[in-house]
Design a binder for this molecule. Structure first.
Ligand code: PEP
Ligand code: MN
Length: 338
C-alpha cells in the first residue's frame, strides 16, 4: 500500500503512520520528496484498511497496490481453471451450454424439457425450484418437491442439474437431493453468509453478477466462496441495470474479456435474463460465445407461452437446436469445443 502524506504533514504525523503500519506487522519505507512524503507499506497489505489510514492526521490518500482478491486472481494462478461437472468440462477450450426452464413446474413439463435439452446436444440442465420473485404474490417455485421432479427428469436423460440456492438453510437438502451445480442468483451475489456456506462444499457454484455490481465487487464475492475452500466457481454475467429501458437488462459483454484478464475462473453468460425477450436470445448468445464466454445459461421451455415464470424470454426446443448448431460453428472458429 502507498500512503501519500499532505504537503504540510509534520514528522510526528509521518511517524504515527509508520507506527500504525508496524503495529500490523508490516514494514514501512519512507520516500521524502521536495513536495510530498510517500510511505510504502511492505508485506501483506490486504490487512491494512485504507479508510482507517486516511482518517489519520496528515494523510492525504492511502492506496492498495495489489488486488484485494487473491485466490480468484489470475495474478496468483495463471492457468485457466476448468470446472468438472460430473465429467463435463467447462473452461479452457471447453464451452458448455446449460439450458432448461426458468422454473420447475410439473413432471411432464420437466420430462419434455429434459428431452429437448438432450436432443439439442446440450449436456447440462437448469431449472429453479425456489424462485426469487420481485413480488411476494408471484409464483415462488414449488420447493423441494421440485428438486425431486427435476432430478428424476434430468437423470432419465443423464443430465446434471443446475439450480438456484436462495436460503442457507436449504443447502444440506440440496446436497442430499443431488444438486450438481449450485446457482447463486443476482439478488444474492453479496449475501456473504450464503457465499461462505457454499464455500465450504465442493459442488461447483455459478455466481451470477448482482444487478448493479461492479466487476470488483463480483470478484470479491467469488473470493468469499474461494476462501472457504471451494474453487469450483463459474462467473455468470446476466445483464446489468442501466438507463436503457428497451430491454430487461444490458448484457455486459465487455465483462468477458475483463474478467478473463482478472481471473482464471470460467465466465458464462445468461442471455435470457439480459435481453428478457426470446427473440433477442439467439443474437445475444452468439455474441457471448464470440466474445470468449465459456458457456451460456439459456432458458428454454417446451411450450414457452405456458411457462409459469419468465415466459417471454424462453426459447422453444427447435430454437435451442438451431442455436446449438450456430454456436458450435462459432466455437470452432475460435478453436473451442461445444
Ligand atoms: C434465474 O436464473 O432464473 C434467475 C432468477 O436469474 P437472476 O438471478 O439472474 O435474475
Ligand atoms: Mn428466469
Amino acid at each position: 500500500m502507498i500512503i501519500v502524506m499532505d504537503k504540510s504533514a509534520t514528522q510526528e504525523q509521518i511517524d504515527n503512520v509508520i507506527d500504525k503500519i508496524k503495529d500490523k506487522g508490516l514494514d514501512a519505507s519512507v520516500s521524502k520528496g521536495i513536495e510530498k512524503t510517500v510511505i510504502g507499506a511492505i508485506g501483506d497489505e490486504r490487512i491494512l484498511d485504507p479508510e482507517l489510514l486516511e482518517s489519520l492526521p496528515g494523510v492525504q490518500q492511502a492506496l492498495h497496490i495489489v488486488k484485494p482478491y487473491k485466490i480468484v486472481a489470475r495474478e496468483w494462478h495463471n492457468e485457466d481453471t476448468i470446472v468438472n461437472i460430473n465429467g463435463h468440462l467447462l473452461g479452457g477450450e471447453n464451452i458448455q451450454i446449460i439450458s432448461g426452464p426458468c422454473s420447475v413446474e410439473t413432471p411432464s413439463q420437466m420430462a419434455a424439457a429434459a428431452k429437448a435439452v438432450k436432443a439439442a446436444g446440450v449436456r447440462l440442465m437448469r431449472g429453479g425450484a425456489f424462485k426469487p420473485r420481485t413480488s411476494p404474490y408471484s409464483f415462488q417455485g414449488i420447493g423441494f418437491e421440485g428438486l425431486d421432479m427435476f432430478k428424476e427428469a434430468a437423470s432419465a436423460q443423464d443430465l446434471p442439474i443446475v439450480t438456484e440456492l436462495l436460503d442457507v438453510r436449504h443447502l444440506d437438502t440440496f446436497l442430499e437431493k443431488g444438486v450438481d451445480v449450485i446457482q447463486i442468483g443476482t439478488r444474492n451475489m453479496q449475501n456473504f453468509e450464503l457465499l461462505k456456506e457454499v464455500g465450504k462444499v465442493h459442488v461447483p457454484v455459478i455466481l451470477k453478477r448482482g444487478l448493479s455490481a461492479t466487476i470488483s465487487e463480483w470478484l470479491m464475492a467469488a473470493e468469499y466462496i474461494a476462501s472457504g475452500g471451494n474453487h469450483n466457481i463459474i462467473f455468470c454475467e446476466r445483464g446489468i441495470r442501466t438507463f436503457e429501458t428497451s430491454y430487461r437488462n444490458v448484457m455486459d459483454v465487455t465483462a468477458v474479456p475483463v474478467l478473463k484478464r482478472e481471473t482464471h475462473l470460467p465466465v458464462i453468460i445468461d442471455p435470457s435474463h439480459a435481453g428478457g425477450k426470446a427473440w433477442m436470445v439467439p443474437s445475444l448468445a452468439r455474441a457471448a460465445i464470440a466474445a470468449g464466454a465459456d458457456g451460456l445459461l439459456v432458458e428454454m421451455h417446451p411450450t414457452p407461452c405456458e411457462a409459469w415464470c419468465d415466459a417471454d424470454q424462453a426459447i422453444d426446443p427447435s430454437e435451442l437446436k438451431t442455436l446449438m448448431s450456430e454456436l458450435t460453428q462459432i466455437a470452432s472458429i475460435l478453436n473451442r469445443k461445444i
